[in-house]
Write a protein that binds this ligand. Structure first.
Ligand code: NZQ
Ligand code: ZN
Length: 387
């Protein structure tokens, strides 16, 4: 049983038809000069952008669109320049994980005096000390970025995808309206379920850490995500959308990691796959997770068996249940329409192996996962088994 500290200051406004509350929350945060940031334009197509602009009448608003999936450093730096020039005092992120993560970076980089890339690449002494306050209007349940203080920023020309975070990067508020799910394409719906599912597994499928409540909470999220899987074909079913959005937020709002042994290696390897081959984040997780559980089978055996029994209702010998639990997980991803083999994507394995080895070495990532049990030979094995 481990000690822990939990703090999450984000105010979540959950449910539909809530945007009229936006001025109240902006005023609470003394917002006057607002940068509204969004992605490639979906929010304009389905009408949300106009709705927000109407609510924002009376505020000074500067627009910044074009934040791409896996937000790019060069694009975000343009928003940083704009934000400095316009002396903005609040940022509103309207979008998914990419826009929200992008805004977290922008909010830290605007007041930062040095080269912001140094912070992402962990140059000694380079830290975002402060941040411009920001809020979010979520458009896709997946990452949990709307309720956490982490972000991931990519830099294509360097084949880099780097993480950042800190207590100043919790959104002040997040509007989470399950109705946005109805406009999502099937690919993004499947991605969202898988990302949330694997966030939960990364904080659960380790060892028996003795926090029985957190284990049950993780299981509740996993079971709910399976219950709502038909949302990929029925995105306008509000009941499915509501529970999907709630589960994705709960998977990464910081609660599950309290008193838990976590892993996160599926994400660490997955980020490299995206950096090099631009494979959707969730798809990289669907490829790697099952193979990682196989390579760590002995270490994760008890937890895999618990997962198999409680989530898939499996019975029999412990080893058999654990094996079948991995199969069931992979089948679930495939049911959602996602390929789980590297050979189904356009990937050169030799180049990938070199890339991951070099990046992990460069970052000093030599002992990862549960008790540092994943080292380069295990990573190499996992990747080779993914083919
Ligand atoms: O850019 P637009 O035109 O808005 O289209 C987006 C984008 O193409 C579209 N979309 C979003 N909402 C929509 C919609 N299309 C129609 N209707 C809507 N309501 O969906 C596409 C993907 O959007 P994106 O924001 O990239 O998806 P997601 O939320 O999955 O975010 C992925 C990013 O988050 C990072 C990932 O690495 C990746 O960069 N992550 C962030 C985490 C965090 N901050 O805690 C944790 C995660 O593990 C993850 O690493
Ligand atoms: Zn993720």
């Amino acid at each position: 049983m481990m000690n822990f500290e939990y703090w999450n200051p984000t105010r979540v406004v959950f449910g539909s038809e809530q945007l009229n509350r936006l001025p109240e929350l902006l005023d609470e945060n003394k917002a006057q000069n607002i940068l509204v940031a969004y992605g490639g334009g979906s929010v304009k197509q389905f009408g949300l952008f106009d709705e927000i602009m109407k609510v924002l009448q009376g505020y000074k608003v500067v627009e910044f669109g074009g934040i791409e999936p896996n937000p790019q450093y060069t694009t975000l730096m343009k928003a940083v320049e704009l934000g400095r020039k316009e002396k903005i005092d609040f940022i509103l992120a309207v979008g998914g994980g990419s826009v929200i993560d992008g805004v977290k970076f922008i909010s830290g980089a605007i007041p930062y005096k040095g080269e912001p890339w140094d912070v992402l690449s962990r140059v000694e002494g380079a830290v975002f000390e402060s941040a411009v306050p920001f809020g979010t209007v979520l458009t896709i349940p997946a990452t949990g970025s709307e309720v956490n203080s982490g972000a991931v920023v990519s830099r294509k020309e360097l084949n880099e995808k780097r993480t950042m975070g800190g207590p100043q990067f919790f959104p002040r508020f997040s509007f989470c309206d399950p109705k946005v799910v109805s406009t999502l394409p099937k690919r993004q719906l499947a991605n969202g379920i898988i990302d949330a599912f694997v966030h939960t597994l990364e904080q659960y499928l380790t060892t028996e850490y003795g926090n029985l409540l957190q284990e049950r909470e993780a299981e509740a999220i996993l079971a709910t995500l399976i219950d709502v899987k038909d949302v990929v074909d029925r995105p306008d079913d509000y009941r499915l959308a509501y529970n999907f959005m709630l589960s994705a937020s709960h998977a990464l709002n910081g609660n599950l990691r309290c008193g838990a042994v976590t892993d996160w290696v599926t994400h660490m390897i997955g980020h490299e796959l995206t950096a090099l081959y631009n494979i959707d984040h969730a798809r990289t997780l669907a490829i790697i997770a099952p193979r990682l559980y196989e390579v760590q089978f002995e270490l994760k055996l008890n937890k895999l068996a618990q997962y198999g029994k409680r989530i898939f209702g499996l019975e029999g010998e412990k080893e058999e249940i654990a094996k079948r639990a991995i199969q069931k997980t992979e089948e679930f991803f495939q049911f959602l329409g996602v390929n789980t083999k590297l050979s189904e994507y356009n990937v050169d394995t030799a180049i990938l192996l070199d890339h991951v080895r070099d990046k992990f070495q460069e970052r000093g990532w030599t002992e990862l996962g549960m008790n540092g049990t994943i080292q380069w030979p295990q990573v190499e094995q996992i990747l080779k088994n993914c083919i």
